[in-house]
Design a protein around this ligand. Structure first.
Ligand SMILES: NC(=O)c1ccc[n+]([C@@H]2O[C@H](COP(=O)([O-])OP(=O)(O)OC[C@H]3O[C@@H](n4cnc5c(N)ncnc54)[C@H](OP(=O)(O)O)[C@@H]3O)[C@@H](O)[C@H]2O)c1
Length: 299
C-alpha cells in the first residue's frame, strides 16, 4: 500500500510508520519536523496543519490508507478537506477518554455513551469532535493507555523502575481493581493490520483488563524483585498530596472513579486481530529503550 501517516515522527505515529515499512508498504510521514524524525525507510514530507495551505506539499498524491493521530478537530478537518478523494481508507487514532461514563465496568466501543463534542476541548471532547469529521468507512481506533518504547509520560515505566527497586511498594486503591494498557508496538501492528483489511467503525484499542495485584506481582516476578504491596485508599493519597496518573509525585494507576476507563470489553478488537504481548517478558529488554522516569523520592 501507499500509506500516509499524519504525524509519524514520535511515539505512536512513528511506531505505526515503522510497522508499515516493515510490512513492505510505501510510507510517507507528514509533519512539521519538530518532534522527531520519521523511521528509517519512510519518506518525510514537511507540512503544517495550522496553516491554511499547510498540506500543499501532498498535493496530487493518492494513498491507499492514511492514519491521523491529531488531537485538534480543526487540524483533522483541514486534512480531510485537503486530501478529499485521495485516501482509500482512514484510521483516526482517538482515545478511550471519549466516553462519558468513566465508572461502569465492561463497556464496549459500539454502545458506550460519548462526551458531547467540543472543538476547544477538554481532550476527550475534542477527540469526539474529531471522530465526527470522519465518515463511516473510517476506523476509529480508541486507544487506552499506550506504553512502551518512546512513551514520553513514564506512566508504565514508573512501575518497572519502582518495582525493580524492591521493598514495600505503595499501591493505590483495591488489589482487585482493573488496569488496562497497550504496548505501542502491538497497537501499531494492529493499526497497520486494520488498514490492510479496511476495517471500519469504532474499536477500543487496549489489552484485556487484569487486576492491579496481578499487574504488580507479574512485573515484580519478571524483574526478579522482592516486593510487598502496601494498598492504600485514594483518600490516603489525597491527604499526602500524591497526584493522579502522571506528573511529579504521582502514582500512575487509575483510581476507582475512572475505573470504567480501565476495564473496557475489548473482545471485538481481539476478534479483529489485535494481539497483545504478555507481561513478564525479560525485563532487560523491556527496560532498554524506555525512558526511565524519576521515581518520586517519597513514594
Ligand atoms: N499516550 C497515551 O497513553 C494515549 C492514550 C490514548 C490515546 N492516545 C492518542 O494516541 C496518539 C499518540 O500519537 P503520537 O504518539 O504519534 O503523538 P502526538 O503527540 O499525537 O504526535 C503529534 C504528531 O503530529 C505532528 N504535528 C504536531 N503539530 C503539527 C502541525 N501543526 N502540523 C503537522 N504536524 C504536526 C508532530 O510532529 P511535528 O511536531 O514534527 O510537527 C507529531 O508527529 C494521539 O492521537 C493520542 O491522542 C494516546
Amino acid at each position: 500500500m501507499r500509506m500516509l501517516v499524519l504525524g509519524g515522527t514520535q511515539f505512536l505515529g512513528r511506531a505505526v510508520a515503522a510497522r508499515a515499512v516493515g510490512r513492505g508498504h510505501a510510507v510517507t510521514c507528514a509533519a512539521r519536523g519538530r518532534s522527531g524524525a520519521a523511521p528509517p525507510g519512510a519518506r518525510f514530507v514537511a507540512i503544517d496543519r495550522d496553516r491554511a495551505h499547510g498540506l500543499d506539499a501532498l498535493r496530487g498524491e493518492t494513498f491507499d490508507a492514511a492514519v491521523d493521530v491529531a488531537r485538534d478537530p480543526g487540524r483533522v478537518r483541514r486534512a480531510l478537506a485537503a486530501l478529499a478523494g485521495r485516501v482509500g481508507h482512514w484510521t483516526f487514532v482517538s482515545t478511550t477518554s471519549v466516553y462519558a461514563d468513566t465508572a461502569t465496568r465492561g463497556q464496549t466501543a459500539r454502545t458506550a455513551p460519548l462526551l458531547a463534542p467540543s472543538d476547544d476541548g477538554p481532550y476527550g471532547a475534542a477527540k469526539v469532535a474529531s471522530e465526527r469529521a470522519f465518515d463511516r468507512d473510517a476506523l476509529i481506533c480508541r486507544a487506552g493507555l499506550i506504553v512502551g518504547p518512546g512513551d514520553p509520560t513514564g506512566r508504565f515505566s514508573y512501575w518497572i523502575a519502582r518495582l525493580a527497586r524492591g521493598g514495600e511498594v505503595l499501591a493505590p486503591a483495591e488489589p482487585d481493581d482493573p488496569v488496562q494498557w497497550i504496548d505501542v508496538r502491538d497497537l501499531a501492528a494492529w493499526i497497520v493490520h486494520a488498514a490492510e483489511r479496511g476495517l471500519a467503525g469504532p474499536f477500543d484499542a487496549v489489552g484485556p483488563p487484569c487486576t492491579r495485584r496481578a499487574f504488580i506481582d507479574t512485573c515484580a516476578n519478571a524483574l526478579g524483585s522482592a516486593c510487598t504491596s502496601a494498598w492504600v485508599d485514594p483518600a490516603f493519597l489525597d491527604r499526602h498530596g500524591v497526584g493522579r496518573e502522571s506528573g511529579p509525585f504521582s502514582l500512575p494507576l487509575p483510581l476507582p472513579d475512572t475505573i470504567g476507563d480501565a476495564s473496557r470489553d475489548v473482545a471485538a478488537t481481539l476478534a479483529a486481530g489485535l494481539s497483545v504481548r504478555p507481561l513478564g517478558r525479560p525485563p532487560a529488554t523491556r527496560l532498554a529503550g524506555w525512558r526511565r522516569p524519576a521515581v518520586p523520592s517519597r513514594v
